[in-house]
Write a protein that binds this ligand. Structure first.
Ligand code: KIV
Length: 272
């Protein structure tokens, strides 16, 4: 573990702001269950996101839209039980905050109370400003998410890079400044031009965490299953695979199956 990592016993939203001020990069990954969260936490990750990407990688849905608040709470509570050091941020799922600020607050409270989460993340800018402010007023830390916001995939109609055109880029800058002013502790910028992400990271004082947003931001986030190489079909340019876990798991399962069939497992030392 690096000296920088050892210096922090428990990561808080304040720690992240100090890291930005010092120029220390923030490492964030998703996790959805107790075992993986424990491994990721012990390895020294700063932030664990219980992303609504659970809808894709855990439940096999095509989009993030179907996952429910109860399901997110189940994943988040499992993650929180496995974590000692990282800040645990949980996505508010689609349909649990877009209707009105009361519903948004109720959903956020459920995530904090029932899962024991440390913060929530919401997708969107000006259109949800009131809801974000209501949640913040209740003392719940909020992380924003701009750029490619997967809950709006049917509006976008495509997963390609966002904010390449000036008008959308300007709106994104405006939204990032609004999120900072409202009191968000950080913002995820997903799949936007690196130059725009760099500009936003320089303009605001809260940490900007990128995914497909280049290197000149304050930290990076990836979906754990993707960076572990558990899904060969998903290969966006921004994804770096650190393992080929699907091959490793497949090899292990094949060996086990062979051993069982040829009665090599269990052997005499593996029985009572
Ligand atoms: O749900 C998720 O995993 C996310 C990340 C891609 C940032 O929102």
């Amino acid at each position: 573990m690096s000296k920088a990592i050892e210096n922090y016993t428990r990561i808080t939203t304040l720690t992240l702001s100090e890291m930005k001020a010092k120029g220390e990069k923030i490492a964030m990954l998703t996790a959805y269950d107790y075992t993986m969260a424990g491994i990721v936490d012990k390895a020294g990750i700063d932030v664990i996101l219980v992303g609504d990407s659970a809808s894709n990688v855990m439940a096999g849905h095509e989009t993030t839209l179907p996952i429910t608040l109860d399901q997110m709470i189940y994943h988040a509570a499992s993650v929180v039980r496995g974590v000692e050091r990282a800040l645990v941020v949980v996505d508010l799922p689609f349909g649990t905050y877009q209707a009105d600020s009361k519903e948004a607050l109720r959903s956020a409270i459920r995530i904090m109370k029932e899962a024991g989460a440390h913060a929530v993340k919401l997708e969107g800018g000006s259109q949800i400003q009131d809801y974000i402010e209501r949640i913040l007023q209740a003392g719940i830390p909020v992380m924003g998410h701009l750029g490619l916001t997967p809950q709006s995939i049917y509006k976008f109609g495509t997963y390609t890079v966002r904010a390449k055109e000036e008008a959308e880029a300007e709106q994104l800058i405006h939204d990032a400044q609004m999120l900072e002013k409202a009191g968000c502790f950080g913002i995820v910028l997903e799949k936007i031009p690196a130059k725009l992400a760099e500009k936003v990271a320089q303009m605001v004082n809260i940490p900007i965490i990128g995914i497909g947003a280049g290197a000149q931001v304050d930290g990076q986030v990836l979906v754990l299953n993707d960076m572990l190489g558990m899904n060969k079909e998903f290969s966006p340019r921004f994804l770096r695979r650190y393992l080929n876990l699907d091959e490793e798991i497949s090899k292990a399962v094949k060996s086990y199956t062979t051993d069982v069939k040829k009665q090599d497992f269990p052997n005499h030392k593996e029985q009572y």
